[in-house]
Design a binder for this molecule. Structure first.
Ligand SMILES: [Mg+2]
Length: 172
């Protein structure tokens, strides 16, 4: 277990400039509804969307890296103001490094909220490794912080609130 105490979480959160998010199992509950023609549908949690939109408005960068392609997710993320979106990206670490470098940030300036094995290489790098309550053991093993909420049920909002709260930039 890599869990850190509340004081250390707050110290690290204070310096986060960019939160990286996974989609499936983090922004969604991980379920894919497959239609008759193979088209995929998934659910998004509105409270997470509000957090993303207002986090960006308050100056927190949000980046999304997902192993799956999804045009509808891209459109929703763009609507929320997310500027850094890497979809259909099996290997997340190169995408993370590219975005980190483009933003001129260090690993300590970045947090990643992931739920499964593909997130682990990025979670091992960042200053604040975050995961959801229903994470796979691989992600839980390297997480500094675990949300009270499951993927697709408010974990993203809690992570954003934590970072903004540590920076005294809460939107309420
Ligand atoms: Mg996932």
């Amino acid at each position: 277990m890599a869990l850190l105490d509340a004081a250390e979480i707050e110290r690290r959160a204070r310096r986060i400039r960019c939160l990286f998010l996974d989609i499936d199992g983090v922004l969604t509950d991980g379920k894919l509804y497959i239609g008759p023609n193979g088209e995929e549908t998934k659910t998004n949690y509105v409270r997470d969307g509000y957090g993303i939109k207002h986090g960006i408005r308050l100056g927190l960068q949000i980046a999304v890296i997902s192993g799956r392609p999804s045009e509808s997710m891209r459109q929703r993320l763009q609507f929320l103001g997310v500027q850094h979106i890497a979809l259909d990206t099996e290997d997340k670490e190169p995408a993370y490094l590219r975005i980190r470098d483009a933003l001129k940030l260090t690993d300590a300036d970045c947090a990643h909220l992931g739920d499964d094995a593909p997130d682990v290489p990025v979670m091992r790098r960042v200053g604040l490794a975050m995961t959801v309550a229903d994470a796979h053991d691989s992600a839980r093993a390297v997480a500094h912080w675990v949300s009270r909420y499951n993927g697709g049920h408010g974990a993203v909002r809690e992570a954003i609130d934590l970072i903004l709260g540590a920076q005294q930039r809460r939107p309420w």
